[in-house]
Design a protein around this ligand. Structure first.
Ligand SMILES: Nc1nc2c(ncn2[C@@H]2O[C@H](COP(=O)(O)OP(=O)(O)OP(=O)(O)O)[C@@H](O)[C@H]2O)c(=O)[nH]1
Ligand SMILES: [Mg+2]
Length: 685
């Protein structure tokens, strides 16, 4: 039935469709309904029973939310489909963002919930930016009321493209019992876990249908002059023309159709599948959008990287040209990505071995040891230019971790490498100064899941702490201080004697060392050792922190022909500093960062208050460029206060706000706060 596709044809070949949308809108439940409806699974599971194909990892089940991508293969009316169930939480958004470039279409699952509009807007923007054809599925219609008639007014502000209502609900009493499809002009009543039943379109519903259909056609006519004329002349356009327009305008990203249903009862699911079947584009359009030529060697895009307990490393890839299977060697850029050792069909946690993958298919390739998420793989002699690598958002929250048992240190290192490979939105930083391993991520839950994976999947129990703040100390007063090291204990003695001039330097100047020795009172060859001793001592000042912004000059001293040595002068230098600094009025320095917060503008006042309450100095706020209804607040803020800032920003903005920060300067800190920090440091030592 090759009708009503763009230019008259339905897309062919396997499709790759992502299920995206705000947190908890019902994506995983919708996937379940789709899989049951298409026969991939026998029975529709539920989140509550913990038996869904999506969210089947231990962490997802435990938290009752999606914490990673789920891939599911099915077949609908003879076509292969891969559905990518993406997490809705902003903390796990990278798994969604990484798959977007290579998909054919997205289904945005949303609710009639005003609070979730900013989140919806964020997701729609990403899809709009990538020019991904998209369909909105308004879920949880079983909980909706008459306000559903206003659904477009609620949702339109989140979308820069025009939304187009494809279905209107029909009521039985207060409850929505079915819908009218405005393109088909047919009425349906919902049946639980079964296809909706066609019923006569009559009475009120028929009148409402006429009006709603007219506005659907008007929107379509914005991009079709012929249709516009027909509407002006009151001519009913033929049904095929309406479908052709819907298809073309969806594929070109000119409109975003809105369907509705109840995923938990599989209502509205068949209509959604049919819209995907007839109207959404296929791999030919996607390859064209990405600039991948057909007819040559295989080209594929890595959507996700997994380390499985039994199969080793798996790369979820979409093949965008050619064919690849066991033994195919891939290049990624100029490097070899590896050789495929096993092709698998994926359904949630289960993998089934299969033959080579051809254009359009999404499969798991085993053992591509060097492939990374986002890589463009080429099976030819030449690398393929990178298609679209999505950089993760900069991390916003950190924890310091250590293996509970020393013997696990090496395994922890290996596990962290795998963890970061699976999830590039995690960053691991080794802080040489504090000897901390710091795990940076996208939020509390993200980091919690990361540590659960370390213990459950990789068997490394860890302890977590708040990471250290990068405090420093400096001095306010200059002095001259002697450092003398003399030891006479039989045989060779030790002798070193230096006079040091210690002076504060301006903020940011760091450390300088000079020598102003006259008459060789300290022989040349010992001077570097004096400097080493000084540097040693500056690592740990009288307040317990590294000392910065000072100059030390060696101005005098004495030596002994037999007993002096590099070692002795090093010790003398160290003693001079250790004894001198406490007399220089040491003062604590804390790092101050420049923070930029973006938020929907109704939250701006709250954000300002939040910044002030955390010792932030607000520099100003402005509308966010290119973002209607959003602001950007800029402030300077101590690092110590940034710690869990994201948690409060999210709670003030229904999860939509976020921030970036970068180091600005070190500032003196005195008084109670400083005393507490110094006392805590002493206690820790
Ligand atoms: N009433 C009603 N509840 C639903 C429907 N679909 C899902 N739910 C419930 O909504 C909650 C979230 O469902 P999920 O399928 O996990 O939602 P999700 O979008 O996958 O969530 P995240 O992936 O964590 O963002 C669960 O308690 C579901 O049972 C629906 O159509 N109607
Ligand atoms: Mg989910």
């Amino acid at each position: 039935m090759a009708t009503n596709g763009g230019n008259g044809t339905r897309a062919v070949g396997p499709r790759c469709v992502a299920l995206v949308g705000p947190f908890q809108s019902g994506k995983t439940t919708l996937l379940e309904a789709i899989l049951a409806r298409t026969g991939a699974i026998a029975r529709q599971g539920t989140i509550e029973a913990g038996n869904t194909v999506g969210d089947s990892s231990k962490e997802a089940r435990h938290h009752r939310m999606s914490v990673e991508l789920t891939v599911a293969t099915t077949n609908f009316m003879g076509d292969n489909y891969i559905f990518l169930d993406c997490p809705g939480s902003v903390e796990f958004v990278h798994d969604m963002r990484a798959v977007l470039p290579a998909i054919d279409a997205a289904v945005i699952v949303c609710e009639m919930d005003e609070k979730k509009i900013p989140q919806l807007q964020l997701i729609l923007r990403e899809l709009e930016d990538w020019k991904i054809p998209r369909i909105l599925f308004v879920n949880k219609i079983d909980k909706a009321d008459a306000a559903v008639r206003d659904v477009l007014n609620l949702l339109q502000p989140a979308s820069r493209t025009k939304l187009i209502l494809r279905q209107i609900p029909t009521f039985s009493g207060d409850i929505i019992s079915g819908f009218v499809d405005l393109a088909l002009e047919r009425a349906f009543v919902y049946k639980e876990y079964a296809p909706s039943q066609v019923v006569p379109l009559e009475g009120d519903a028929a009148d409402l249908e006429k009006t709603a259909r007219f506005s659907m056609l008007e929107t379509l006519a914005d991009h079709d002059d012929e249709l516009m004329e027909q509407l002006l002349e009151d001519i009913q356009p033929p049904r095929d023309k309406v479908f052709d327009d819907l298809t073309r305008e969806l594929r070109d990203g000119l409109v975003c159709p809105v369907l509705m249903g109840t995923a938990s009862r599989a209502n509205g699911v068949l209509r959604l599948l049919k819209a995907l079947r007839h109207e959404s584009p296929g791999v030919a359009d996607t390859a064209k959008r990405l600039g991948v030529k057909q007819g040559g060697d295989a080209v594929a895009c890595v959507l996700k990287t997994l380390h499985t307990t039994h199969g080793g490393k798996m790369s979820i890839v979409r093949v965008l040209a050619g064919q690849a299977g066991d033994g195919t060697t891939f290049l990624s850029g100029d490097d070899e990505a590896g050789r495929v050792a096993g092709v698998f069909k994926v359904l949630g946690q289960s993998n089934e071995k299969r033959g080579p993958a051809t254009v359009g298919e999404t499969v798991a390739f085993a053992k591509l040891e060097k492939a990374k998420t986002g890589d463009t793989l080429s099976a030819g002699k030449q690398p393929h230019p990178p298609l679209a690598k999505v950089a993760p958002y900069p991390p916003v929250l950190a924890i310091a971790i250590t293996a509970k048992e020393r013997k696990d240190d090496v395994r922890l290192g290996q596990a962290l490498t795998k963890l970061a490979e699976e999830d590039p939105s995690i960053t691991i930083v080794h802080n040489a100064e504090t000897h901390e391993v710091v795990l940076w991520g996208q939020g509390e839950m993200h980091l919690r899941v990361a540590t659960e994976r370390l213990s459950d999947r990789y068997g490394v129990a860890i302890e977590r702490r708040t990471p250290s703040v990068g405090y420093r100390e400096t001095i306010r007063k200059s002095i001259t201080q002697r450092g003398r090291h003399k030891k006479q204990s039989g045989g060779h003695g030790q002798y070193g004697d230096v006079m040091l001039e210690i002076k504060p330097l301006p903020r940011g100047a760091g450390f300088t060392f000079q020598e102003r020795i006259t008459g060789g009172v300290v022989p040349r060859n010992y001077i570097p050792s004096v400097e080493e001793g000084v540097i040693d001592a500056l690592k740990h000042g009288p307040l317990g922190f590294p000392v910065v912004d000072l100059s030390v000059a060696l101005i005098d001293g004495s030596y002994h022909t037999v007993d002096s040595s590099d070692m002795a002068f090093r010790t003398a230098g160290r003693i001079g500093i250790t004894e001198g600094l406490p007399q220089c009025q040491p003062v604590l320095l804390e790092p101050i960062h420049l923070v930029e917060i973006v938020c929907p503008n109704e939250a701006t006042a709250k954000i300002n208050a939040l910044m002030s309450s955390r010792r932030g100095q607000i520099l100003g706020f402005d509308t966010r460029e290119g973002w209607d209804g959003w602001d950007m607040v800029r402030a300077k803020m101590p690092e110590a206060e940034i710690g869990d800032l994201i948690v409060e920003i999210r709670s003030a903005t229904a999860g939509a706000g976020t921030f970036t920060f970068k180091f600005d300067h070190m500032a003196e800190l005195t008084g109670r706060t400083a005393d507490q920090i110094v006392a805590a440091r002493r206690a820790a030592e």
